[in-house]
Design a protein around this ligand. Sequence first.
Ligand SMILES: C[S@@+](CC[C@H](N)C(=O)[O-])C[C@H]1O[C@@H](n2cnc3c(N)ncnc32)[C@H](O)[C@@H]1O
Length: 253
Amino acid sequence: MTVVNPTPVDAPGRERQDAYAVSAEFYDVLQAERDEARVRALYRDDVRGARVGVLDVGAGTGRVTLMSLLESRAPVHAVEPARSMRTPLMTRLASLSPELTKRVTVHPQLLEEAGLYGVADVAVCHNTVACLHPESRRALWPAVAEALVPAGVLLVQLPPARLPRHRTTLVLPTRTVGRHEYGGRMVTSADVDRIRTRFDYWVREDGRVLRRHDETFWMWPLSRPEMIAELRKEGFIALPERPDPSVLALRLA
Ligand SMILES: C[S@@+](CC[C@H](N)C(=O)[O-])C[C@H]1O[C@@H](n2cnc3c(N)ncnc32)[C@H](O)[C@@H]1O
């Protein structure tokens, strides 16, 4: 399952530097395996065709970055402003061979602050934009357009199209690490025009809870036609719908 993109509860405009401070510990333990297969299925063919570079916007702990490094021969730019997510990303990259690491650059800012011009012909926003306040989301697109070469392709995993009607709970698959069992759940509910998303995490031993943590984020819904209209203003033209409609593909005109 993909955990949707969180924006911290107290940062309606832009992300705090320590966003994901709680979730980072659990992110890969609870989701890496499934999401690894998912990003390969969603983006592998596109990154294989990259000639100029691949841009991973909101790289997180590095699933798209790593897949891009392994599947393409082009330079990879991983943009990740949150230290807590960038730390496991760097650890993951440090375990790779020098042949691979010399091809990847990690940018520790928001994309709008990274100063990237014409570095990629494929940009991926996987699980990144749903969490952005509409103002922050709209500020992202000109930076994506600048980072792409003409006719570059942008792949965006779409946010939820609408507010949820009911409060829903998604239990994340548990994972055993030594004596400990790691688990979590995501509870989503509508809050006026936003989606409140609370993540509860726990660690158990012999059925006894050793610790619990939670982190709450906001998401802003946007339908596919709304996203296409928003990106058209920045010079992007929608490409035909893909087999998996959760990803919108566009080309820079
Ligand atoms: C939910 S995480 C997803 C990470 C990764 N793409 C994944 O699917 O595992 C979203 C990431 O986007 C990053 N982010 C938020 N705003 C950004 C911006 N303006 N530029 C680049 N990254 C951003 C956050 O720091 C966060 O790590």
